[in-house]
Design a protein around this ligand. Sequence first.
Ligand SMILES: [Cu+2]
Length: 461
Amino acid sequence: MKLSKRDFLRMSAAGLACMPNSLFAQTDMRAVTARVADIQLLPDDYGKTQIWGFDGIAPGPEIRVTQGARVQRRIINELPDPTSTHWHGIRIDNAMDGVAGLTQDAIRPGDSFDYDFVVPDAGTYWYHAHNRSFEQVARGLQGALIVEEPEPIDIDHEEVLILDDWRIDPETAQIADTFGAMHDLSHAGRLGNYITTNGVYNLAKNVKRHERLRLRLINASNARIFQLALEGLEGWIVAMDGMPLAVPQPVEGSFLLSSAQRVDLIVDVTAEVGSAGHIVQLSRDESFSQVAFGVTGNGTSARRGTPQPLPPNAHAMPDLGSARDIGLLMEGGAMGGMRGAMMGGRMSSMRDMMETGNFWAFNGAVGGMDGPALAELSRGESVRLKITNDTSFPHAMHLHGMHFHEIAPDGSLGALRDTTLLDRGEVRDIAFVADNPGKWLLHCHMLSHAASGMMAWVNVA
Ligand SMILES: [Cu+2]
């Protein structure tokens, strides 16, 4: 509903205070259409690739607002499949979390859903499909959600960098239609063969020497863990998963960015004029430029000092002394040695599990949204969750609705995150205050793993 100036005048005469909220609610509900589109994803000498994208592009349109703002988006589903949209890392009202099957029904083709929420925290977030996400995110349904600090920070400019990998059939230039392949489900997830930043395989930006950049990195891939380093750039990690670090952490060597994780860097361009700085991706036996920053001239003559920390987001600190202890044992997968697990209320052999595409278990049961909650939590209570990765693969565990602290080996509270990466065999304690009511998913963000048993939820009431 759009109101004319005259309508407003008439209403102010009647007294705006009496105006129902629903009228306000509709004033900025912008439409985003999830649809099929053909884009030039591969280099120009290949044909176009059919994707599923928000507004037909991948990444989808950037959503950029200021901390505390209200975001309203009508997601119109023009896909052939039901979908839903999750606002990853936003401490959101449960009804707006976008988890089909837990917080809402999937949006059927031809239908729409109005998402309407406030963003409490500044930082780098993202949005993505959350129905059959192992397929829908792989087809391109993701985009950046940037929440700016109220006051600008001391940088020259910033770049949002969405890292992704695609599994492409080079013969046809099309996304490989191998969603839910047994090997992906049971091993390291759906890894791609074509790596992009912002949908481009050779993203390059022009910068000036000694410029200070803020780089907002988002890993939108299904399963790839990026190992990244800087070259010709000196940098500090200033935030992880949107949440500022109390002390900027210098980047020395490399750092990991798992599926769904974000990192905000402040970098100074140190490469010489005429050369380039790089974000370098290290893989097993080679390294290559993920993003190039061509240095076209001198910015200032001198560099700035160490960056200030970003202003913190208000966040309740968990009390470990009184925290409720919960355990989460992750088992299964290839080379995991698991013999079976509870599935649909009865003990099932690994063979029976495999026949239904399930390979993993949480606390001895194939996880899903239909079973009971992992924990019934009282609003405001502190929780310590011990996650044990007793599998042969790394996993990126994501909690919806609330950020958590990773607990350091010395027992102190570490950085706030919404997604924590556990290497194989690793145990991690996390702690949080269950201060957001509702049903919150806790799952592996290697999306093929979530689809094959690595899913749980907690209820906060
Ligand atoms: Cu996993």
